[in-house]
Design a protein around this ligand. Structure first.
Ligand SMILES: NC(=O)C1=CN([C@@H]2O[C@H](COP(=O)(O)OP(=O)(O)OC[C@H]3O[C@@H](n4cnc5c(N)ncnc54)[C@H](OP(=O)(O)O)[C@@H]3O)[C@@H](O)[C@H]2O)C=CC1
Ligand SMILES: Nc1c(N[C@@H]2O[C@H](COP(=O)(O)O)[C@@H](O)[C@H]2O)[nH]c(=O)[nH]c1=O
Length: 327
């Protein structure tokens, strides 16, 4: 299972809405005879890739897989059928499939006479697909709200400028985090004021080959020549002010992880709706004294009602401090 977990964690995969999955096939004498991992929606599932690698040696084999084998036809066929056709007689999996559409594989295999064991290193498998699992259980994308603020809690100066609050090191770090998501999200006013690109770029400011969707939320019309609508990545207008509606639409587009980059108005709307699942704040050692608050009104009027973060990481990034936590 540790080998299967390593395969699942292969960097750069999967591309698209699917989880990371790895599989090792052990032949009748217990030696590995094939292995595989999932590369992204529409490509072979890990079990099918491992079976292809094992060939005839899959007959009588044990499949060790990080996620319960799927039992549905999506873009590809059910792994339960592929395992049985290949003659696999035992299946050991880590995490039960939280995807309602694809679950039931363990039960189906057991009913067909396959020896099935679940839950082996389940926590490690879950950790690998933390965001995807959350999204599947809630049937909506996981939301990370990231913002950069001065020490006195400002995200822009009074004239609207915010380039830059955080240091180059922090901004490189942000691009690393952007790359982990499948959707960038900002409000219409950030597009109007900042004209952001919202792409994922490397340390030399070059766009990476795979880009998240760039979503802009709000009702107003925006000029077509804003950079967020250029051809560097896909763009989407979410013509709503309702965070639930926006996430539902993104879910329809098979989005699992939204990276909300502001501004303060949109961020407040998501916080008030209880739809921020992770906060990443970069605190820059700068003072503005006036300007835009890092987040707009949250309806909190007294200290005991302050929203508190359960902090799981505090790191120094260049001259800034990065705080990560859950509300
Ligand atoms: N330091 C940082 O990390 C960041 C700083 N900034 C700075 O923040 C400023 C822009 O922030 P801000 O003005 O708050 O803009 P936002 O990007 O939050 O956009 C606000 C607009 O979004 C639309 N909207 C969508 N959903 C809602 C909702 N639920 N409630 C209210 N409005 C909604 C409204 O416009 P509509 O009429 O179209 O519906 C609203 O005017 C700029 O100065 C920018 O530089 C921005 C991002 C990050
Ligand atoms: N000002 C500010 C941030 N602002 C966010 O980054 C967007 C610009 O993205 P791009 O055009 O792709 O570089 C901007 O519109 C806003 O959403 N981010 C930060 O890490 N640090 C900062 O100081």
């Amino acid at each position: 299972m540790r080998r299967a977990l390593l395969l699942a964690a292969t960097p750069g995969v999967p591309v698209g809405p699917n989880p990371r999955v790895g599989c090792v096939l052990l032949g009748v004498d217990g030696d590995p005879v094939g292995e595989g991992f999932h590369r992204g929606a529409g490509t072979d599932h890990a079990e099918v890739a491992a079976i292809a690698a094992a060939g005839d040696r899959a007959r009588g084999a044990t499949a060790v897989v990080t996620l319960e084998p799927c039992h549905h036809t999506g873009r590809t066929g059910p792994c339960t059928a592929a395992l049985q056709t290949a003659g696999v007689t035992r299946v050991v999996y880590a995490q039960a499939d939280p995807n309602r559409a694809a679950s039931g594989g363990a039960q189906a295999l057991a009913a067909a006479g396959v020896d099935v064991v679940g839950g082996v290193l389940a926590d490690e498998a879950l950790d690998l697909n933390r965001v995807w699992t959350f999204a599947m259980e809630r049937q909506r994308p996981f939301v990370t709200w990231k913002f950069a603020t001065t020490l006195d809690g400002r995200s822009a100066a009074t004239d609207g400028t915010s380039r830059w609050v955080s240091s180059p090191q922090s901004r490189h770090d942000t691009h690393r985090l952007r790359a982990l998501s499948d959707t960038m999200l900002v409000g219409t006013n950030t597009v109007a004021v900042d004209d952001p690109l919202l792409t994922v770029r490397d340390d030399h400011d070059v766009a990476l080959p795979h880009q998240p969707l760039r979503a802009v939320m709000g009702l107003r019309d925006l000029p077509a020549d804003r950079r967020v609508f250029n051809g560097d990545a896909e763009s989407l207008r979410l013509r709503t002010r309702d965070p639930h509606e926006a996430l539902a639409e993104l879910w329809q587009h098979e989005r699992r992880h939204v990276f909300l980059e502001g501004g303060p108005t949109l961020a407040a709307a998501f916080v008030r709706a209880g739809l921020v699942d992770e906060v990443v704040a970069y605190l820059a050692p700068k003072l503005l004294g006036a300007g835009r608050n890092a987040v707009a009104d949250l309806g909190v009027t007294t200290m005991v009602d302050a929203l508190e973060l359960e902090v799981d990481d505090v790191s120094v990034v260049g001259p800034d401090v990065r705080v990560r936590g859950r509300i």
